[in-house]
Design a protein around this ligand. Structure first.
Ligand SMILES: [Zn+2]
Ligand SMILES: [Zn+2]
Length: 157
């Protein structure tokens, strides 16, 4: 069963209030290629409304926790160890969040830009990529850093 949108927004706002406090806000966005994003400078977390339409409550919650962990760990942490430890402490289980209706279902490479946007690829990109959401043209300031997601952490069915 998919999560009700109003309920989803309530869940996100409660989790943000609990872990990040008043300075942070939540909103839906219209992304089609990724589920959630952490906007470090704007102090906001957004989740795709298309993703939410297809997500269960658990999947939605997991995406919010993923992004809260980015907010806590900071942009420089990417999807590295510091972020992973933070995310786990919040109750995030990477495996569950990769079980989503999006392209990342089978993605092996999880990327993160300095602006907090998540990116997914089936294969490791062969050349440096910058985030198309942060800048329409290639821009070294917005390079995506890639982390390999082991097969066991991905969707198996
Ligand atoms: Zn991420
Ligand atoms: Zn970006």
């Amino acid at each position: 069963m998919t999560v009700d949108r109003q309920r989803a927004a309530d869940i996100a706002r409660e989790l943000i209030a609990e872990h990040l406090g008043d300075g942070w806000s939540f909103a839906f966005d219209t992304a089609k290629r990724r589920a959630g994003a952490c906007h470090y400078t704007k102090h906001s977390i957004t989740v795709s409304r298309y993703f939410t339409e297809q997500a269960t409550q658990e999947e939605f919650t997991q995406v919010v926790l993923h992004e809260i962990a980015h907010a806590l760990a900071g942009a420089d942490a990417g999807h590295g160890p510091e972020w992973a430890v933070t995310a786990r402490a919040l109750g995030y289980s990477g495996a569950r969040t990769l079980e989503t209706p999006f392209a990342r279902e089978k993605a092996a490479w999880l990327g993160s830009c300095p602006g907090g946007h998540d990116h997914y690829r089936y294969r490791r990109p062969t050349r440096p990529l910058s985030c198309s959401l942060c800048s329409k043209r290639f821009d070294k300031r917005f390079l995506i850093e890639w982390t390999f997601v082991p097969h066991s952490a991905r969707k198996t069915r």
